[in-house]
Ligand binder design. Structure first.
Ligand code: CTP
Ligand code: CA
Length: 226
């Protein structure tokens, strides 16, 4: 097999990708989760590996096979576990792509035993804020080239650019969820934003989008760090 130029876009680079949802346990049988399937992040990890990168994939609870070529997979459940795994994996990494849908809050405490129902009484769960993985990476120097994702239901560009700056990212991949796109779907459509530019990637299957995303990351990385 002859490697094409595209196969080596990220040759020799260490890339960390997070993917999937996180689950925040309430008690031994219940949790707070979200609708992320992990498919976009897994496609991105596979595309990075095909581009020649040494890829570490940090995966929340998903039922997906590890993409061909991915060097290492670390399975986690909660945002705290993902934070710890990503922080360690990102040491010395060149690029971090945060495609995971990290839970923003977790129950203040995890009940040791299954909570019992009390008829006719509302239940209030107290939630504590989770650490922001991307923001904590960008606060360290040196840190990898940072790519975030933003799944929004409205004001996509405004919210995405706001996250780009607030979290200190190099690039953000934004998409509108709903209308048969985004979570729990085969297709996606994303727009990439960086400080002084953007690139629209029209509706396509997640593997094709992942390939284009990796091409754009490689070229921005080259501009910023190369
Ligand atoms: N993210 C993260 N750590 C968190 C929450 C989010 O690293 N605790 C990352 C996600 O992996 C994603 C990006 O931040 O790459 C944007 O996630 P999003 O949920 O859209 O941003 P939030 O800042 O949590 O804003 P909100 O949920 O209020 O829209
Ligand atoms: Ca969030």
């Amino acid at each position: 097999i002859v490697a094409s130029f595209a196969d080596q876009l990220l040759g020799g680079k260490r890339v960390v990708v997070s993917a999937g949802p996180t689950y925040e346990d309430i008690d031994p049988v219940r949790f707070i989760g979200n609708r992320s399937s992990g498919r976009m992040g897994f496609a991105v990890a596979g595309a990075a590996a095909r581009a020649g990168a040494e890829v570490t994939l940090v995966a929340g609870p998903v039922s997906l096979a590890t993409p061909f070529g991915v060097a290492k997979r670390i399975d986690v459940r909660s945002a705290a576990q993902m934070h710890a795994a990503v922080t360690e994996a990102a040491q010395g990494a060149d690029i971090y792509i945060g495609s995971a849908a990290v839970g923003d809050y977790r129950p203040n405490s995890v009940a040791e035993h299954k909570l019992k129902k009390h008829d006719g009484v509302d239940l209030t769960l107290q939630l504590a804020e989770n650490p922001d993985i991307l923001a904590s990476l960008s606060a360290r120097q040196p840190h990898p080239f940072l790519v975030g994702f933003a799944a929004e239901t409205q004001n996509v560009e405004k919210y995405a650019r706001d996250k780009l700056h607030r979290k200190g990212l190099d690039m953000i991949a934004a998409n509108q969820v709903g209308q048969g796109l985004g979570f729990e779907t085969e297709d996606n459509a994303i727009t990439l934003y960086w400080t002084d530019g953007s690139l629209e990637l029209p509706r396509a299957d997640k593997a094709a989008l992942a390939r284009q995303l990796i091409e754009c990351i490689a070229s921005r990385y080259q501009v910023m760090r190369g």
